[in-house]
Ligand binder design. Sequence first.
Ligand code: AMP
Length: 307
Amino acid sequence: MGAPRLIVVGSVAYDDIETPARAEKGVLGGSAIYSSLVARMLVDTGIVAIVGRDFRPEDVELLRSRGVNLAGLETAQELTLRWGGRYDQDLHERETLFTHLNAFANFVPHLPSDFKEAAYILLANIDPDVQLQVLEQCTGPRFVACDTMNFWIQNKRTSLLNLLPKVDALFLNDMEAFRLTGQRNVLAAARWIQKQGVMTVVIKKGEHGAVVISQGNVHAAPAFLLETVQDPTGAGDAFAGGMMGTIACLNDTSFETFRFAAAVGTVAASFCVERFGPARLAEVTRSDLRSRLQLYKTLTSIPHKEI
Ligand code: AMP
């Protein structure tokens, strides 16, 4: 396997997920899983993460068989990260029931030498200190994106704020953006984040889509609406994996590419929620992505009329 063009550092977890229709324990999850299962369809992708002694061999096999480079995946004596979440009736709100960092609590990442030269880095949701340690080992990435969540905004705010000037793009959902910035408006929150030295801000708004704000440009990507959603877990990570995978694949960081990449991210997120855990992402192909992207283009295009 060649050197990855994109590396993803993030969580690998076993999740206990409760939706009104179904509850399952020990579902493979974590930001690095959802992001890399999408990105690997677009570009050579390696993950940097740690799992515990309980990590199932079939889960290693699943990642390997989907072409994810696992040279940066360490195994610890502790247990794999465990997270529990419960969704409300409409699958809009999610309550975190527990977060046991386990092996991640003492994780010090060591990048394989060919990972250090990766041009594109996705610091997917994990401890900002770990995200920084990964970044410090990279020898000159072209574009670095970072994702985070409330857990880290609350518990590691200073580390996160120190990391921001070192990243090119920040992904976060609207509630997280409001929590981080103290603002209650997406554009005002983005402006606050840009003042910390981040050029591009991507605010995800769940089933209402995402907004990309970069320098003077704003782009809105509505969600690809589905009639049936089984499990929203990982949609944000799938979006980030799709967006970064596309930017890395096209090797271009123009705003036009960001707009296209946001569409790919949106489509990837729509596949993610169709089944429980990462099951759907594990079977989706690049040609499935292309077909739904065509549909999405039709759905979002506006005909020209004079008014
Ligand atoms: P999302 O639905 O995109 O917010 O991502 C959900 C995934 O994030 C789940 O698979 C969890 O295992 C993972 N996760 C939950 N809490 C954390 C955390 N504090 N750090 C890293 N990953 C987490």
